[in-house]
Write a protein that binds this ligand. Structure first.
Ligand code: ATP
Ligand code: MG
Length: 262
């Protein structure tokens, strides 16, 4: 738990936010009212197709809100996307991928400087990959590639980190390293919004946002994550267990919306 003083201005805040893909008749997400403050770790729960990645697209301004209010208090949010880890076609080193993070905060005419390269190396160190700086991205394991993408987000140097299922399908040592790193980043004052299918992990974070195309709940996990909220969040993808035991969720399938053509 956090005992530091939180700033009162949220990094991001929304009020009854909705967003619709071009050509779609109904919004992919609606009634989203939440905020992330400096130092907070906010878990985003929802079923496959529940709108988690869509919310990230709105927060990175890739997709415009169709209604409601959205205040983004940062110049840009740093995103670790859901799909990019599986792309093996980066013919570049881990250091080059991390360095791509600097492009988002440089004016177009400036090339990455020595300071940017130092920051990329430092970010690779934070994800435990200083020894792999010159390894080709595609040669790394899935967990290592995910850590490189986290390093790239760190190089963006944003106070707001958006993590789209960062633990999905990665090895245990990578997951443990990232879990520790995310706690450290929050303790340093960054705000984190992380999509996850892991309800138990969400219970250990500061706040939880439950979303099944519409917002189901937002607040302290200890208060919010009731059986009723979990049932409404996961709907048909819940497996009812006999008695009052924990609810099981059908294993989420992982697919890549990147080819859907946003
Ligand atoms: N590029 C797109 N164009 C049109 N519709 C889209 C696009 N991407 C997603 N959708 C639709 O928006 C809805 C929400 O999808 P989204 O990818 O945000 O869900 P998600 O919660 O991230 O799911 P998952 O757990 O599978 O990653 C789905 O109905 C999906 O089909
Ligand atoms: Mg998604």
């Amino acid at each position: 738990m956090h005992d530091r003083v939180l700033s009162s201005e949220p990094l991001v805040r929304s009020n009854r936010l909705a967003a619709r893909y071009p050509g779609a008749s109904v919004p992919a997400i609606s009634s989203i009212t939440f905020a992330v403050e400096s130092g907070q770790r906010v878990a985003l729960l929802g079923p496959n197709g529940g709108g988690k990645s869509t919310l990230f697209r709105v927060l990175t301004e890739e997709l415009a809100p169709s209604s409601g209010e959205l205040e983004i208090g940062v110049a840009h949010a740093a995103l670790v996307p859901q799909s990019e880890r599986s792309r093996l076609d980066y013919p570049v080193s881990a250091l080059d991928v991390a360095l791509m993070g600097s492009v988002s905060r440089l004016p177009w005419w400036r090339r990455p400087s020595r300071a940017d390269r130092a920051m990329a190396r430092e970010s690779l160190r934070r994800v435990g990959l200083e020894g792999e700086a010159n390894t080709t991205f595609g040669e790394l394991s899935g967990g290592q590639r995910q850590r490189v993408l986290v390093a790239r987000a760190l190089v963006q140097d944003s106070p707001l980190l958006l993590l789209d299922e960062p633990f999905a399908g990665i090895d245990v040592p990578s997951a443990e390293l990232l879990a520790t790193l995310f706690d450290e980043l929050a303790a340093e004052g960054r705000g984190l919004l992380m999509a996850t299918h892991d309800i138990e992990q969400a219970r250990s974070w500061d706040l939880v946002l439950c979303c099944n195309r519409v917002q189901i709940a937002f607040g302290d996990p200890a208060e919010v994550l009731t059986r009723e909220v979990i049932e409404r969040t996961y709907g048909a993808s819940l497996i009812p267990l006999p008695g009052d035991g924990p609810l099981a969720i059908t294993p989420p399938h992982h697919h890549d919306h990147a080819e859907d053509g946003a």
